[in-house]
Design a protein around this ligand. Structure first.
Ligand code: ATP
Ligand code: MG
Length: 408
């Protein structure tokens, strides 16, 4: 009978002053991309909110679940849109009253944002309130903490009625905070670290180092699945898949075993920084958390960090594993990350890895390795896959040997 709508509320964007319009526009584009496979009648801006009008009302649950995952979305209210006729919005208010399941108490919160509508907010409250009291005579009106709050908003030429409101991820829309290159392993931590940056508005370019050709490419499929799981967040523009097994094999055969992991990581960061230059990204991201494993002591972090000039962001540095797992479950990456798949990390592991590496020892160990040539070789043969992210801008010119991989 009425159109089904999702009203999207934002919070931080509302604090952006004169830049607010561009943040809203960015969020609108991201919402359009995230809902590309759903038929909608309208996705637009209305008076401090963004609005989605569905073509098929029965999809409202799915659509609102997707919207809730989009960075920048603070809350999503699902309800109805109707004409500015009292009998229509009173009828819609009946639907909203029973929309959230069993209840005993309710209140009406009615507002008009246009003064061209002759009934003011106070009168609207009384009108709809009286109607609902007659509709549900056994329920009580309660002003403080009612079970159900029926919102009736007169905005421009329509009335929006809802009671169901859920909390979204918040943050800022992807594309409002530049671009980063995130080292994504397929483990539990790095997808969460990448997501944290998406939530702060960054476009994320992933780099995954697989054990290929020394292992299968199984970990690359895991990473691709992770990218799809994070699709509603809309933050991955592209992921580079780097076959790393042969370089690890040389490091393993020529360098002290206790330094292997640090040397792998130092090479990874060098490659990631070169990719960041190519992509015009301004920072690198890892999923490290202080002390979580042997490679993540302060000494080792310093030894790894020293090979790059670009800032390395570690959004999980102070998070413990259980917090990270909770987030991974919430954002839908936990199960995928828990799938067993050999990545390059499981290859050529030493028995007792160094926990207090010194930069000089790493440099000495690397003396016999032609690292610059390796990095050039990797850059010349980059393999990558693109993901839907409206804010992502690919490099204008890619190295000649680079190739786009087919969608998995
Ligand atoms: P994760 O759960 O993200 O794999 P981890 O607890 O296994 O992290 P490490 O193996 O020490 O920790 O890796 C630390 C960080 O280094 C990862 O979070 C990731 O950012 C990066 N990294 C490790 N292995 C890879 C890889 N194969 N490809 C890309 N990045 C990697
Ligand atoms: Mg790992």
């Amino acid at each position: 009978m009425f159109e089904r709508i999702c009203l999207v509320h934002y919070h931080e964007i509302g604090l952006k002053g004169r830049n607010r319009a561009s943040f809203e526009h960015r969020l609108l584009m991201n919402m359009e991309a995230a809902l590309a496979s759903y038929e909608t009648d309208e996705i637009s801006r209305i008076s401090g909110h963004l609005l989605v009008v569905l073509k098929h009302g029965d999809q409202i649950g799915e659509v609102s679940r997707i919207l809730l995952q989009i960075p920048g979305v603070a809350r999503v209210s699902s309800g109805w849109r109707c004409a500015r006729e009292p009998e229509q919005y009173c009828k819609a208010a009946e639907l909203a009253l029973v929309d959230c399941g069993p209840y005993q108490t309710f209140k009406v919160d009615a507002r008009r944002s246009n003064t061209d509508y002759p009934i003011n907010s106070m009168e609207l409250n009384q009108l709809v309130g009286a109607h609902l009291c007659a509709f549900a005579p056994d329920k009580k009106v309660q002003m403080k903490d009612p079970d159900v709050k029926v919102h009736v908003n007169v905005i421009q030429g329509s009335v929006y009625v809802y009671s169901r409101t859920e909390r979204g991820v918040g943050g800022l829309p992807v594309g409002s905070a530049g671009k980063v290159v995130s080292l994504i392993s397929g483990g539990i931590d790095s997808p969460v670290a990448s997501w944290r940056l998406m939530k702060r508005g960054a476009v994320v370019v992933g780099v995954h180092f697989s054990g290929r050709p020394q292992t299968s490419d199984a970990s690359e499929y895991v990473v691709d699945d992770l990218a799809h799981a994070l699709a509603p967040a809309g933050g991955f523009g592209r992921i580079y898949y780097v076959p790393f097994g042969n370089y690890q094999k040389i490091i393993a055969s020529e360098c002290p075993p206790n330094l292997r992991i640090i040397l792998y990581r130092r090479l990874m960061l060098r490659v990631a920084e070169r990719i960041a230059w190519l992509e015009k990204a301004k920072a690198l991201v890892t999923g490290e958390s202080l002390g979580q494993v042997a490679s993540q002591t302060l000494e080792n972090i310093m030894a790894v960090n020293s090979v790059v000039k670009m800032p390395v962001l570690r959004p999980l540095i102070g998070a413990d594993k259980l917090e990270i797992i909770d987030t991974a479950k919430r954002i839908g990456t936990f199960e995928i990350s828990s799938r067993p798949a050999d990545d390059c990390c499981t290859l050529f592991m030493p028995r007792s890895p160094e926990t207090h590496a010194r930069i000089v020892d790493c440099e000495r160990a690397e003396e016999g390795l032609d690292l610059d040539a390796w990095v050039d070789e990797i850059m010349e043969h980059l393999e990558y896959r693109d993901y839907p992210c409206p804010a992502y801008r690919a490099p204008k010119k890619m190295p000649e040997g680079a190739k786009a991989l087919d969608a998995c």
